[in-house]
Design a protein around this ligand. Structure first.
Ligand code: ADP
Ligand code: ZN
Ligand code: ZN
Length: 740
């Protein structure tokens, strides 16, 4: 006998409240997760609808007390059914709990009131109104007279407006209602987070590349072929224009589109362009909206009141009745991966969701993720490209400065001689400068300032990380060595961990260029809401000459007067303890370099590095994605990293160090019994001690996702039944995006 866990009321608070029902034999084939069912509910066995959230053969309730499902509704699929199916997929793919997965896909309802708007309608003809007006005049009913003159002007008026703006008493309105002069009606009102009202139709004629891309996708669409396309085009090549065109065509067919963007901060710019084209048929969804605003956007989507939803990850779960297209802009951005459970990747979920809804997917990027490019090359996605910038603006010239030479010339400053010269030049010409510190994943790697050697793990090709105890550790395999006093390659004593923050750089820049006005943007200066935008705007108004920042300044902002970009230490992210570090470095440097000299001013980018020969630096210099990819994929292939295999990250956390040690060893041991050398670790996490807890990491490499899922299930049940996992938390992360 099969049993189903049925939920009657879907909302975030009630996800735990499922009821067990038996599935009669004849309904078994239809009783899948997500299916809508009719059940006898409560003591009176009233018929109610519900959804199946899970299936089991071993119910928790005594079987003889379990009622039968009455029937499965199979005729029309409701959106909730589909979202529950998607949650089941997320659960399986990322090893989450079903509850966590459901929380992500189902819209919030928590404490949200629907907003109603009351209207007053004139029910009698003008003659009657006029007669009544005369009566009111005789009796000096001023409020009533005001209401009459309003009704004379317009048959329908807002209740609130009559009361607030025209000072008409509620009693007067009541009287009118009693007399049957007016009627009252209520209408659902949606909160609209978009404040702009200008809609300029500014139709751009697409160039040949854009037209080709649109036609390639559209001809498939017309043939009912739903595929995933990777649109590879440098910044400014007109990708957004391609999205707009496709969405318009999709909307004309009565279907809707979702546009995912990597970060909230980019919403406004994107919104404006969509608003110009689609007016209030477009909306946004993101975490800064109030619960009420969010809820209303879900409702507007569901009711078919909008055609396009824009936003970061969560916008993907807009309940459109007829989804036709999903765009994932800047598809390579790591922020698409959720940091909280379920640790899903929005790009992958988008592709799955599109498959379920019969929608097309367009992934767009100037520097595609290695995963997506690989799939495009394998033919799983279709590759389309926009090889040229739309406007005749010049590509910035990119110059790589070898910091080892600076040391030889006894320049110990963080500004190379060349960068210093160029900054002075710009300051004189009153042009602006961006200084970029590539700090992502910065994790105390050790390098030689004379020869540029970075100490790497002999087994993993990731940089070793210096721990507080002076040991150098590999975070992938646990390899440990003591820190050498001299460089193993050139015997220089200038071997140390590279560490500088933006604050320090600001100080150094102030000393070096005392006449310059300097702004800094990083996590510290952008803590307050809105300060992010205000720093950017101030810089854009040219209130400062130099802006110093982390990756935050690399994205999507188009500064008119910036002609020089300096990447101070390109190596910083190159040696993050993570196999994607070369990819990230390439993407980031391309992005910052692109900030220089848009709009017809020749720009220059200076990339300072101890490792000018590294393929990702070389590829940036030549602006050659293909070249980067060919090198990178070889490295991934050699070590079976994604996309040529899958990786399961297991983080084991406990306040008790001994127990943690034992539990992590046990877990790795269980995995090794089955997979041997594909199990890496346990090893201390880079930040071993966080929030009063110790953390260890185990990685498992597997070519097949299914095998990874099996081993994960195996480990989970081991954890459940072993006595060694009290006080221990274990977190799984399938295909993690950052190193631990
Ligand atoms: P991307 O999304 O690839 O960075 P955009 O679509 O934002 O590129 O295009 C860059 C700029 O060029 C925008 O200001 C856009 O309005 C403009 N643009 C795009 N396509 C054309 C075109 N065919 N003709 C003229 N201008 C265009
Ligand atoms: Zn050296
Ligand atoms: Zn290693």
């Amino acid at each position: 006998m099969q049993y189903a866990k049925v939920i009657v009321n879907i909302s975030h608070e009630n996800l735990d409240k499922t009821y067990e029902y038996a599935i009669p034999k004849e309904w078994e084939p239809y009783a899948v997760i997500g299916a809508q069912v009719v059940i006898p509910f409560g003591a009176g066995n009233r018929e109610r609808k519900g959804f199946i959230l899970g299936l089991t053969e071993t119910p928790e309730f005594p079987p003889e007390k379990i009622k039968d499902i009455l029937r499965v509704l199979t005729t029309d699929t409701v959106i909730e059914s589909q979202f529950i199916q998607l949650a089941a997929w997320i659960r399986k793919r990322y090893g989450a709990t079903m509850n966590d997965a459901l929380r992500v896909v189902l819209p919030v309802k928590k404490g949200v009131k629907e907003k109603q708007e009351k209207y007053l309608h004139l029910l009698v003809d003008r003659e009657k109104l006029f007669l009544y007006a005369q009566e009111c005049e005789r009796k000096h009913y001023h409020a009533r007279l005001r209401l009459i003159s309003l009704l004379e002007e317009c048959d329908t008026i807002l209740y609130q407006e009559a009361v607030n703006d025209w000072n008409i008493s509620r009693d007067a309105i009541k009287k009118f209602l009693e007399l049957g002069i007016i009627g009252i009606s209520t209408e659902r009102k949606y909160r609209n987070p978009i404040k702009e009202t200008i809609q300029i139709e500014n139709k751009i004629v697409m160039n040949q590349w854009q037209q080709d891309a649109v036609e390639a996708i559209w001809s498939d669409y017309e043939l009912k072929l739903r595929k995933v396309y990777l649109l590879h085009g440098v910044t400014g090549s007109g990708k957004t224009q391609v999205y707009l065109e496709l969405i318009e065509r999709v909307a004309k067919k009565g279907k809707q589109a979702i546009v995912l963007i990597p970060e909230i901060s980019l919403t406004v710019a994107m919104m404006q362009r969509f608003y110009e084209r689609f007016g209030d048929r477009v909306s946004v969804l993101h975490s800064k909206l109030s619960e009420g605003e969010k809820y209303d956007q879900y409702e507007r989507a569901k009711e078919g009141k909008i055609d396009v939803m824009i936003g970061p990850r969560s916008a993907l779960f807009s309940p459109f009745p007829n989804l036709g297209l999903i765009v994932v802009d800047e598809e390579h951005e790591p922020s698409y991966k959720s940091e909280l459970p379920p640790k899903y990747h929005a790009r992958e979920v988008a592709i799955e969701w599109a498959k379920m809804c019969g929608a097309t997917v367009v992934l767009g990027s100037a520097t595609p993720s290695v995963e997506s490019y690989f799939k495009a090359k394998e033919g799983e996605y279709e590759l389309l490209s926009l090889p040229e910038r739309v406007q005749e603006s010049c590509q910035p010239s990119i110059c790589v400065v070898d910091l080892r030479e600076e040391l030889k010339a006894r320049n110990f400053s963080i500004f190379s001689r060349e960068l210093k010269e160029k900054i002075k030049e710009r300051l004189e010409r009153k042009e602006q400068i961006l200084l970029f510190l590539n700090r992502r994943g910065y994790a105390g790697f050790i390098s030689c300032r004379q020869c540029g050697l970075v100490l790497e793990c002999p087994h993993c090709q990731v940089s070793l990380t210096e721990h507080n105890n002076g040991k150098l550790v590999c975070h992938y395999c646990g390899h440990e060595t003591v820190k050498p006093q001299l460089c193993p390659s050139c015997s220089s004593k200038y071997i140390a961990s590279f560490g500088t923050g933006t604050e320090k750089i600001e100080e150094l820049a102030k000393n070096e260029f005392p006449q310059a006005k300097i702004l800094r943007m990083d996590k510290d200066t952008t803590g307050r809401k809105g300060s992010y935008a205000s720093i950017l705007q101030a810089f854009d108004r040219q209130e400062a000459d130099i802006l110093i920042g982390t990756q935050m300044i690399a994205k999507g902002h188009d500064f008119k007067n910036v002609t020089l970009v300096g990447a101070l230490a390109a190596d910083l992210s190159l040696y993050a303890n993570d196999f994607r570090s070369a990819e990230r470095t390439f993407q980031l440097l391309c992005q910052v370099a692109g900030r220089a000299g848009r709009r017809n001013i020749l720009g220059e980018a200076i990339i300072q590095t101890y490792n000018p020969g590294h393929y990702s630096i070389q590829a940036v210099k030549e602006q050659n994605y293909e070249k980067f990819y060919e090198q990178e994929i070889q490295f991934r292939e050699l070590l079976r990293y994604p996309p040529l295999g899958h990786l399961l990250g297991i983080l084991v956390v406990s306040p008790d160090e001994d127990k943690l040690e034992r539990a992590a060893m046990l877990l790795a041991g269980v995995a090794k019994e089955q997979l041997k050398e594909n199990v890496i670790g346990p090893v201390n996490a880079y930040r071993y001690w966080i929030k009063d807890k110790y953390r260890k990491v185990i990685y498992i490499k597997q070519p097949e996702l299914e095998l990874l899922d099996l081993i994960k299930k195996h480990l989970e049940s081991y954890i459940q039944f072993s006595s060694h996992f009290k006080q221990i938390n274990v977190y799984f992360d399938v295909d993690p995006i950052t190193g631990y």
